[in-house]
Design a protein around this ligand. Structure first.
Ligand SMILES: [Zn+2]
Length: 172
């Protein structure tokens, strides 16, 4: 089921999510399925549960945008355990639509997470996948990518969003 994407301004996006403690439940499988549906519908390459209004530590990633089923990743309770090098490219977020800014992140990132069965795994990604690991793990701590840009640019984006909110052109 496709859920609407929660927009910047909703407290759930800036609150640390709760860890998942019960695995392999119908609720968890349904959440993951809904998150993939919602991510593909919004044409994203990653989605965190708070982005559909659910404050739980679940993220889904598919840097192939649905082209390659083997690239579908589920990260539950993820923790970043390694970062190497740097990369800078434009980053956006489904919860902050229409804006994009260059963000410098690590080039190679290792994440430790659990799958839907509760099994712990570690995975290293580079480039876009490394960026997705960091972006989605940030979401589950209540951090948005605009925290990684200059305060000046961040204020400019916030002002533009406030204008859109006043004009009822932003959504929630
Ligand atoms: Zn995002």
């Amino acid at each position: 089921m496709v859920h609407p994407i929660t927009k910047y301004g909703q407290p759930v996006l800036e609150t640390e999510s709760e860890a998942i403690r019960e695995f392999d439940t119908p609720e968890l499988h349904k959440l993951i399925e809904d998150m993939f549906d919602s991510m593909y519908a919004a044409r994203g390459v990653g989605l965190a549960a708070p982005q559909i209004g659910i404050g739980k530590k679940v993220a889904v990633i598919d840097v192939s945008s649905g082209e390659d089923p083997e690239q579908k990743l589920v990260l539950i309770n993820p923790v970043i355990i390694g970062q190497e090098g740097t990369q800078t490219s434009e980053e956006g977020c489904l919860s902050i639509p229409t804006f994009r800014e260059p963000v410098t992140r690590a080039k190679r990132v290792t994440v430790r997470a659990q799958n839907a069965k509760g099994e712990t795994f570690e995975m290293t990604g580079e480039d876009l996948l490394a960026r997705a690991f960091l972006h989605e793990t940030d979401h589950l701590r209540g951090t948005l990518y605009i925290s990684h840009i200059s305060p000046l640019k961040r204020d400019l984006i916030r002002r533009k969003i406030r204008k859109l909110q006043k004009a009822n052109e932003w959504g929630d």
